[in-house]
Ligand binder design. Sequence first.
Ligand SMILES: [Fe+2]
Ligand SMILES: [Fe+2]
Length: 196
Amino acid sequence: MVKRGRVSGSKLGLEKNRSKSIFAILEKNHKATFQNLDRFYEALKNLRFEGKQNLGKNISEIREFVSYFKREIKTHMREEEKILFPFLQTHVPRLEPMICLLLSEHGDFRNCLNYLGLSLSEFRKTGSDKTRLIHGLNEQGTYLVCLLRGHMWLETQSLYRAADRELHRSEKKQLTEQITKSGGRHGLRRRSAHAG
Ligand SMILES: [Fe+2]
Ligand SMILES: [Fe+2]
C-alpha cells in the first residue's frame, strides 16, 4: 500500500528551509520515493508468487503504485527538467553530460510507466492473457525499480551535492526562489514526494 501521507502533502515549506542547504531541500523529495520503491517491489513479488487467490488485491495495489508514479514522480521529473537542470547547465556547465544521462533516464521511466499503464488496462479486459500480463508487469516493474533507484542515487550523490558545493550563495538563493515561484503541484516543492 502506498503511504499517502508520505507521497502527497503540501509544498516543501521553503520559507522554513531557507537556512538549509540546497542539497537538503532537493534531497528531501527522494527519501519517500526510496521507501515506496521498496514497497512496490514487494507488491510485484506478491503478484508473482501469491497466485490467483490474491490476484485482485495485488493488481489493485500495483495500480495504486502506478498512479503514485504518474502523479508524483512524473511531476518531480518535469520540475527538474524545467528548473533544476537548465539552471545547473547554465551555472555549472561541467554537469552537462550527467544531465543528459539523467534526461534519458527520465525518458526510460516514462516509457516504462506507459507500458505498465497499458498492461493494467489490458488486464481489465475479459479474455486477456493474464499470465503474460503478470509476467510483463513483473519484468517492467522490476526494471522501473532498478532504474529509479540508480537514478535517484546518481542525483543525490552527484548532482545535488555538486549544486550544493558549486553554486554561489546568490545562485542558490535564485534557484530556491525559482522552485518556490514555480507554483502548483510540483515535485521539488512537495514535502516528501519523490522522485526521480
Ligand atoms: Fe530525475
Ligand atoms: Fe530527482
